[in-house]
Design a protein around this ligand. Structure first.
Ligand SMILES: [Zn+2]
Ligand SMILES: [Zn+2]
Length: 409
């Protein structure tokens, strides 16, 4: 045991901070290059070949064993040090690197990649445990981490961590579980003026579905979100529509409540509409289930302590503060996981914009990237050297999983 874990520093803790901080400072030119390169070469989900090539080559140069294309995702990777694996704990840093169409790195995933890469490289010579870097593609679309979870890529890890750039420096909060549904109605076409009685109106079925879903809202948990859009609503006003299609982005605070209550209720609305109009209904999930985020309290505390040590004000968000949905949620149900935020400007531009993409390579953003990298690396170093702390992390994980389903009936 080499560190103090109370976050106040102390002799041994300061030594570790100094050592890790020095390594991140030495890596600064390389990490800046990574952040800039990804920003200049934005690639959308599942197309991130340049990002994969660049990140894997840096890791290979540093002696990591790299496997490309894990879990059937061509642009993913898994890097490990020491090659072949060392002992416990196994600490993973997650690199996202997908961009948004037209906008580029408006979510700042170029910085996530640089921070995680830097943390792993900074800890390479700690001489204990196993370091893993996971390249997790397509966060903005299908959620690459979900397939990686299902393929067992996260099994056996003791911590999975990444830092997301944003408009505030914070830990805590959570995300909504999400399971997007597509609904189709099949009716019968007819002349809408001359012989409407010969038709079966698939648009009526769809409109009734929207009305019924709207009527559901007050019956459900207030955190539930049920936005929907019509993708096919008929072809001509003088033809009874024989085919319509809609998509709903169904979300809830808790995945079980979403699956057991919200999804069946919405499908009942569609079934009722099908029966009322005589249409045939088909439905499917068009994206996988994103689970709600269960941030690990111990990992969050460790990271927050380090950011405060670096002079940052860190907000602690209550679990009820939920953003959108993220595939890190699925990871957090498998292993202890944390995804704090770091502010990259003052004031930072809104996310998912071109302005944000530009801001990711500004001087303040690159400084915040290096600080977040230092805080993440020190958090990892503490775990590597303190088996008791790893145990605490796991206790907090079990506790967090027990507290699940508060909204489940
Ligand atoms: Zn985003
Ligand atoms: Zn993002």
């Amino acid at each position: 045991m080499e560190t103090t874990d109370d976050g106040t520093g102390g002799g041994a803790g300061d030594e570790l901070r100094w050592r890790v901080g020095e390594r991140v400072r030495a890596l600064a030119p390389r990490l800046t290059e990574v952040a800039r390169f990804l920003k200049e070469h934005p690639e959308v989900g599942h197309q991130e070949y340049e990002a994969q090539r660049f990140l894997c080559s840096v890791l290979e140069e540093a002696g990591f064993a790299v496997e490309r294309g894990v879990a059937g995702l061509p642009t993913s990777f898994r890097a490990e040090y020491p090659p072949g694996g060392g002992g416990r704990p196994r600490i993973a840093f997650l690199a996202e690197y997908d961009a948004l169409p037209e906008i580029g790195h408006g979510c700042g995933h170029n910085l996530i990649a640089a921070i995680s890469l830097g943390a792993a490289l900074a800890l390479r010579d700690e001489g204990c445990g196993t370091l893993v870097v996971l390249g997790t593609p397509a966060e903005e679309t299908t959620g690459g981490k979900i397939a990686m979870c299902e393929a067992g890529v996260f099994d056996g890890l003791d911590a999975a961590m990444l830092v997301h750039p944003g408009w505030r420096t914070s830990v805590g909060g959570s995300s909504l579980a999400s399971h997007p549904v597509e609904i189709e109605f099949f009716g019968r076409a007819a002349h809408a003026a001359a012989a409407p009685e010969k038709g079966i109106n698939a648009l009526d079925a769809l409109l009734l579905t929207f009305q019924a879903v709207h009527a559901l809202r007050p019956r459900l948990d207030p955190a539930v979100r049920l936005p929907g859009i019509i993708l096919d609503g008929g072809t001509a006003p003088n033809v009874v529509p024989d085919y319509t299609r809609a998509r709903f982005s169904l979300r809830a605070a808790d995945a079980r409540y979403l699956e057991e209550v919200v999804v069946p209720a919405v499908l009942d609305c569609a079934r009722g509409a099908a029966q009322a109009t005589g249409c045939r209904l088909e439905w499917r999930f068009y994206e996988p289930l994103f689970l709600d985020m269960r941030e690990n309290q111990v990992l969050a505390r460790l990271f927050a302590d380090e950011m405060r040590h670096l002079g940052y004000e860190v907000q602690e968000l209550p679990p009820a503060m939920r953003g959108g949905s993220t595939d890190v949620g699925n990871v957090s149900h498998r292993v202890p996981a944390v995804q704090p935020s770091v502010a990259i400007g003052d004031p930072p531009p809104p996310g998912h914009t071109r302005e944000f993409a530009e801001a990711t390579v500004s001087e303040p953003a690159l400084r915040a990237m290096l600080d977040a990298c230092t805080a993440l690396a020190v958090t990892g170093a503490r775990l590597l050297h303190d088996a008791g702390l790893v145990q605490e992390v796991w206790q907090a994980w079990h506790q967090g999983m027990r507290e699940s389903s508060r909204t489940t009936p």
